[in-house]
Design a protein around this ligand. Structure first.
Ligand code: NAD
Length: 259
């Protein structure tokens, strides 16, 4: 019997079998959770349905997190199918591609900044707000962050402030929902080659730098992020909330490269 047996988890953000959300869904399913999936648009529908099938799930819904009506529709379906939701995973981010390379100050725009904040941060609390009546003591919410929330990283640009906002959002949600027994955390993952990461300039150099510099001298995998997420959203982590857990081969503790 897995440590998530009996839990029902909504996983938002699977786009392919390389998605961090997929690593999380697989780990949670392995530990006994029942999973509901969403896909951003019709182009991703078939792929997400096929992956969902691999974890025995038939609950697959469209969701563009910029649309409150779609968030409400997902929650309506979950209310009908499940009544209660134990886990929500937010593994979603977006910024216009042209803002993810070069000079931060020169490339950032009002619209780009607003969009990055909306999709990558606000949508986390929007999901919590809509799902609130289905959350119960013991429910756990999780979002995916990155080191650029607290350090500058070349090319990450407008996504840095979006991740800083996401982590602050998570702390406010944790403080607000904690008295109801609901936990809220982030995982700050090291760089992993995914569709979203491909949009960030210099990703290959970043992965190489990690391998040379991180204490574990390697990058992390979606399986490792998935296992940490499964733990954080389980009752094994019942005392943990308001936390950003780094799953980055230790990279964030390095002050200076050994070379
Ligand atoms: P991914 O491309 O596999 O996943 C990103 C997901 O965001 C996709 O499923 C996409 O459909 C979804 N998305 C974007 N805009 C959306 C919208 N408007 N509505 C609904 N869904 C939308 O890439 P990933 O790397 O697995 O990214 C998942 C999360 O992990 C993101 O928050 C990302 O910032 C974070 N993260 C990634 C890395 C990395 O190096 N890959 C590192 C740290 C954190």
């Amino acid at each position: 019997m897995g440590f998530l047996t009996g839990k029902r988890a909504l996983v938002v953000g699977v786009a392919s079998d390389r998605s961090i959300a997929w690593g999380i869904a697989e780990a949670m399913a392995r530990e006994g959770a029942e999973i509901a999936y969403t896909y951003q648009n019709d182009k991703l529908k078939e792929r997400v349905e096929e992956l969902a099938g691999q974890t025995g799930s038939r609950l697959v819904m469209p969701l563009d997190v910029a649309e409150d009506a779609q968030i409400d529709a997902v929650c309506d379906t979950l209310r009908r199918e499940w009544a209660q939701v134990d886990v929500i995973v937010h593994s979603v981010a977006f910024a216009p591609r042209e803002q993810l390379s070069g000079s931060y100050v020169d490339t950032v725009t009002r619209d780009g900044f607003r969009l990055a904040q909306d999709i990558s941060s606000y949508s986390f609390v929007a999901l919590a707000k809509a799902a609130r009546p289905m959350l119960v003591p013991g429910s756990a919410l999780l979002a995916l962050s990155y080191l650029a929330a607290v350090r500058t990283i070349p090319n990450y640009n407008v996504m840095g402030p979006a991740k800083a906002s996401l982590e602050a959002n998570m702390r406010f949600m944790a403080a607000d929902l904690g008295p109801s027994g609901i936990r809220v955390n982030c995982i700050s993952a090291g760089p992993i080659k995914t569709l979203a990461a491909a949009g960030i300039g210099g990703m290959r150099i970043m992965l190489h730098y990690m391998e040379k510099t991180a204490p574990l001298r390697r990058c992390v995998t979606i399986e490792e992020v998935g296992n940490a997420a499964a733990f954080l959203c389980s009752d094994l982590a019942a005392g943990v909330t308001g936390q950003t857990l780094y799953v980055d081969a230790g990279y964030h503790v390095i002050g200076m490269s050994p070379e």
